[in-house]
Design a binder for this molecule. Structure first.
Ligand SMILES: CCCCCCCCC/C=C/C(=O)SCCNC(=O)CCNC(=O)[C@H](O)C(C)(C)COP(=O)(O)OP(=O)(O)OC[C@H]1O[C@@H](n2cnc3c(N)ncnc32)[C@H](O)[C@@H]1OP(=O)(O)O
Ligand SMILES: NC(=O)C1=CN([C@@H]2O[C@H](COP(=O)(O)OP(=O)(O)OC[C@H]3O[C@@H](n4cnc5c(N)ncnc54)[C@H](OP(=O)(O)O)[C@@H]3O)[C@@H](O)[C@H]2O)C=CC1
Length: 321
């Protein structure tokens, strides 16, 4: 019994459990049934951040299609999520393999979802990733793989879902991007792709407003999951451990801290939000860069003159200034 009457006579929602229980992984702060009978596609929905998004949507009553390349892993994730759905819930989860780099596969995904569910309310473009490499060692093929996945893949999913359903019926799209606000040295390909998706989000928010489609993005800081770490092979554990001091929170984020924001953006609570990018990074993007620049003397010299002379004096070991 969560409904109580306030001192001003208004009926308010009060759940005593909220006061007593800390937020648990796999337990949404949103109202149960919020997304009953809605249908969502979550790309990359079988692992890490995507899995947390899919699980929270399911908990809120949504029918969820999780989609990515590796069919077996996707099926296992769907099985695991099914165990969590209470028998009284109308929600279901189905895995549909799709490589977002293939236009044909994305078209196939969208038409299968429409065939099975007859609607698509939400699209979460979460599938993607990259490898770490300075640009000088990046191959053309490696650059293209990352751009095709994160930028073109997002474009294709947005376009197919819009033309096949949302144009006539409305809907909500959330694009997962990254902390690329100060560039992304060491991962320049993904920085370029995510920055482009940030801009694409704004263009689509305007072009598709006429259909009642809201389009927003979420830019996570460093979010730990086993699969994200394993992507970087033997470098993974160190990469994530090294990242901790660069977060103002002095800890890494977890996927459940992204999923709640995505559910908010998909929900009616965000009905006036479109074209926005929400940074979920504990302020990391405002803080220090991880990229170390060693001392060097390669920079062009400053123009000669009184300021340059004064600066030289200042930097002399015995400067009196
Ligand atoms: C420093 C910053 C601190 C930052 C530290 C903090 C990091 C935290 C931020 C975390 C952000 C995250 O996104 S964590 C989530 C990470 N998860 C993922 O990235 C999952 C998905 N990723 C992928 O599938 C791959 O990374 C991706 C490259 C996108 C696609 O790979 P595929 O094998 O499917 O692609 P293919 O078409 O076969 O092409 C692969 C080509 O890419 C290149 N390539 C692939 N892996 C490579 C590698 N390790 N090193 C060099 N090059 C590589 C080669 O040229 C490959 O070609 P050949 O040479 O011919 O083989
Ligand atoms: N973890 C972090 O710190 C951050 C993550 N991100 C981004 O968030 C998203 C989720 O990452 P995270 O959960 O951490 O890491 P994961 O590696 O667990 O997730 C990446 C997911 O994307 C799927 N995927 C990759 N390429 C494709 C493709 N071509 N077609 C369809 N699906 C694909 C993968 O599945 P499969 O291999 O089966 O295709 C996998 O499920 C990614 O876009 C990531 O780059 C952004 C900022 C920070």
């Amino acid at each position: 019994n969560c409904r109580k009457t306030s001192s001003r006579g208004r009926s308010v929602v009060f759940c005593p459990q909220w006061d007593q229980q800390p937020k648990m992984a796999g337990s949404s702060v949103f109202r149960p049934g919020l997304f009953n009978h809605k249908v969502a596609i979550v790309t990359g929905g079988g692992t890490g951040i995507g899995k947390a998004i899919a699980a929270e949507l399911l908990e809120l009553g949504c029918n969820v299609v999780i989609s990515s390349r590796k069919a077996e892993r996707l099926e296992a994730a769907a099985q695991e999520m099914r165990q969590q759905i209470p028998p009284s819930s109308p929600a279901c989860v189905i895995p549909l393999p799709c490589n977002i780099r293939s236009e044909d596969e994305v078209k196939g995904l969208v038409s299968s979802v429409l065939q099975q569910f007859g609607r698509i309310d939400f699209l979460v473009n979460n599938g993607g990733g990259q490898f770490s490499s300075p640009v000088e060692h990046m191959s053309y093929k490696g650059w293209k793989a990352v751009i095709d996945t994160n930028l073109t893949g997002t474009f294709t999913c947005c376009k197919e879902v819009y033309t096949a359903w949302m144009k006539e019926h409305g809907g909500v799209i959330v694009n997962i991007i990254a902390d690329m606000w100060k560039g992304f040295p060491g991962m320049a390909h993904t920085g370029a792709a995510r920055s482009a998706v940030d801009n694409l989000t704004k263009s689509l928010a305007i072009e598709w407003a006429v259909s009642g489609v809201r389009v927003n993005a979420v830019a996570p800081g460093t979010i730990f999951s086993k699969t994200a770490m394993e992507n970087y092979k033997e470098l993974g554990p160190n990469l994530f451990k090294m990242s901790v001091p660069f977060s103002p929170a002095k800890r890494l984020g977890v996927p459940e801290e992204i999923s709640s924001a995505v559910c908010f953006l998909l929900s009616p609570a965000a009905s006036y939000i479109s074209g926005a990018t929400l940074r979920i990074d504990a302020g990391q993007s405002l803080y220090r860069s991880m990229w170390e620049i060693p001392n060097h003397s390669a920079w062009p010299k400053a123009p000669d003159g009184e300021n340059q002379e004064a600066l030289k004096d200042l930097l002399k070991p015995q400067s009196k200034l």
